[in-house]
Design a protein around this ligand. Structure first.
Ligand code: PHE
Length: 344
């Protein structure tokens, strides 16, 4: 067959092929078939040397025309198929669906409860202060009426850094620091970490306390009771009962421990006929220690014996466990996001 006729047959044939192609892959196959290095066009052009030299230019021009035509057909079909594919993808895409919210962090329950308690006390006129976690033996013990060899030092399994420097075992040293740097009247709360050499199901070597201290003229046990009762009701609800039990701390006299009616069983000691696990059927749970500041502490910080005041110290994790019904202290320290995320 005449080469020019053969060349001119290519474009219509390609067009039919393109019409039937339904995917971009098939399209690429056709392109290789017709225009590729060993494709139909190349094969026809391979016969060019057989022609007389004077006929070759006309065939060359025909080949270029056919090639252009084929390329144009090919590109047109390609755009059509691509548009179809995009339309399909768009049809699957629902722009009215809500977006995926990015994962957000939240405050740790210890932080939440600390903030809530501090907020309650600032509302009662207290100021928030802080003190160091690495503390001298003097502030942690001596200024608080626990001289060397005092048996009460054994009550707190102290982590020593040197003979005279400890990780504070409670937030009470902030009492002494505050009184040394300020004159009465004063009312402060001091949240922070405390450390004890103690670790089991219900104790961790680090936990959080909030210390409270109010000193002035004529501050009495009644103020202590009123303040702590208001605090308990703000945190646990207005129906919560409080009970002040006599106790002992070297830096307060008299001293008490405060129990609240169990928030798990409502003070009944039973939940659905089963013994309450939180209060062990007593109906009460202990939440803090407190008392009237011991005169020996005023003497240590150089206050006159005319002033009086109260102090208290509470465990933040303990309050959080009761408030949120958290059964296991270790939850606070494992940083499991499934637990933490519930406080968002
Ligand atoms: N510091 C005591 C403790 O950690 C609690 C307390 C604070 C008691 C203030 C009385 C007054 O157990």
């Amino acid at each position: 067959m005449d080469l020019i006729t053969a060349l001119e047959g290519l474009a219509p044939e390609l067009e039919r092929g393109l019409d039937q192609a339904s995917s971009l892959e098939e399209l690429e196959g056709l392109r290789v078939d017709f225009l590729g290095r060993k494709g139909r066009l190349a094969q026809i052009m391979g016969r060019l040397p057989q022609l007389a030299p004077d006929r070759r230019p006309a065939v060359g021009q025909a080949a270029n025309r056919v090639k252009e035509r084929c390329n144009a057909l090919f590109e047109a079909r390609k755009s059509a198929l691509e548009a179809g594919r995009d339309a399909q993808a768009l049809a699957r895409f629902d722009p009215s669906l809500p977006g995926r919210a990015p994962w957000r962090g939240s405050l740790h329950p210890t932080t939440l409860v600390t903030e809530e308690i501090c907020h309650i006390f600032t509302g009662l006129g207290f100021e928030v202060v802080s003190g160091p976690e690495v503390e001298s033996d003097y502030y942690n013990f001596e200024a608080l009426n626990m001289p060397p060899e005092h048996p009460a030092r054994d009550m707190q399994d102290t982590l020593y850094i040197t003979d005279k420097v400890v990780l504070r075992t409670h937030t009470s040293p902030v009492q002494a620091r505050t009184m040394l740097s300020r004159k009465p009247p004063l009312a402060v709360v001091a949240p922070g970490k405390v450390y004890r050499r103690d670790s089991d199901l219900t104790h961790t070597p680090m936990f959080h306390q909030i210390e409270g201290l109010m000193v002035g003229e004529g501050i009495s046990m009644a103020h202590l009771r009123g303040t702590l009762t208001a605090f308990v009701r703000a945190v646990f609800g207005g129906d919560t009962q409080t009970r002040f039990r006599p106790s002992f701390f070297p830096f307060t006299e008299p001293s008490a421990e405060v129990d609240i009616s169990c928030c798990m069983c409502g003070g009944k000691g039973q939940v659905d006929g089963e013994p309450c696990r939180v209060c062990k059927t007593t109906g009460w749970v202990e939440i803090l220690g407190c008392g009237m500041v011991d005169p020996a502490v005023y003497a240590a910080v150089g206050y006159s014996s005319d002033v009086s005041g109260f102090a208290f110290g509470l465990g933040v994790e303990r309050v959080a466990m009761l408030k949120y019904g958290i059964g296991d202290l270790r939850m606070f320290f494992e940083n499991d996001v499934r637990f933490l995320g519930q406080f968002a």
